[in-house]
Ligand binder design. Sequence first.
Ligand SMILES: [Zn+2]
Ligand SMILES: [Zn+2]
Length: 333
Amino acid sequence: MARLGSWIETFPQGIYVRPADAWIDPSQPKPRALVTHGHGDHARGGHGAVLATPETLAIMGVRYGDQNGQPVAYGESVRVGDVDVSFVPAGHVLGSAQIVLEHKGEKIVVSGDYKRREDPTCHEFVPVPCDVFITEATFGLPVFHHPDTAGEIDRLLHRLHSDESRCVLVGAYALGKAQRVICELRRRGHDDPIYIHGALERMCALYEEHGIPLGELRLATGVPKDELRGRIVIAPPGALNDRWSRRLPDPVTAMASGWMRIRQRARQANVELPLVISDHADWHELTCTIRELKPTEVWITHGREEALKHWCLTHQIKACELNLVGYEDEDDD
Ligand SMILES: [Zn+2]
Ligand SMILES: [Zn+2]
């Protein structure tokens, strides 16, 4: 009998599905790409054709201009070459999907980036039992435990209200994290206008167009200092320490990322208020998901593969590492 998943080949630039003649999240332009989600390390411009969820195609449209896209909605199945392909929610960002591949009686699931926590801005992860689970491992070490999101949001609000002569400047990725932080603030009862950096404007509008209300947002640029006192300002992480932030009234610098679990990372980025809010599965979620799916094999990519591989082997699950390059955890770096 042939090796399980022998019809999938991995190359540094991505996963190639031979009987579909298609690449998954390739880091270079390819004639046909299956794209899990809109983050820049997964979705690149310049492919001949792109199969992705309608939301992901809309995000790629904002970033790269119109795509030669074939939208595949959650739950829909399409035949690509000799493979049945479907997209199943991954719980990571708007439109994010696991890609389910079925060929010759074998089922392979490519997780893409995923998380198991509830997130008001996207569909919750749907577990799909499979023969091979190709999983990310961004936070694949037991030290990574993401705390409860509501608690992190409450720390942010507490800090804001403890000194209303200052503002709190939150670094959050433009796609996904920023909208999630805004939604979570609304859920915790924060109805004040939230000020955003111009780089977040289009993506916030896109979320609203997809039925995710963000409340009153105002552009922070050009707003007098006094108006920003006691306010929350959200900007991409790159803007936290640059000239743009100097016009803000004595900002408390915060950052929403799974990496804020590492104090040294927070210090290096001059972050005064680290918020551990991640769009990736933590160690517990990674291992629980594997237990739940009961795959025959686990192929690990995209992070700290070694520890998760060891965990699989001690749980009698065959596991190996895939050496892909070019994934940079844009969303959670
Ligand atoms: Zn991502
Ligand atoms: Zn990623």
